[in-house]
Design a protein. Sequence first.
Length: 64
Amino acid sequence: MPAHRHPTVQDQVALVEIDLTGELMIAAAAASEDRLSTDRIDELLHVVGVPRGEGVDRETSGPR
């Protein structure tokens, strides 16, 4: 029999991911361009100081 979780237990990681996804969706809907730039996505996801891969162009490396 599966264990039952208490109804107030929250997965904090999942809640953060849901919040960030919502922010991306709102920004994409409000954007005047077809796609959000990688810099704008990094800003929304609070990415700081992460080195980008050498020889990889994130703008053209496939769908997001």
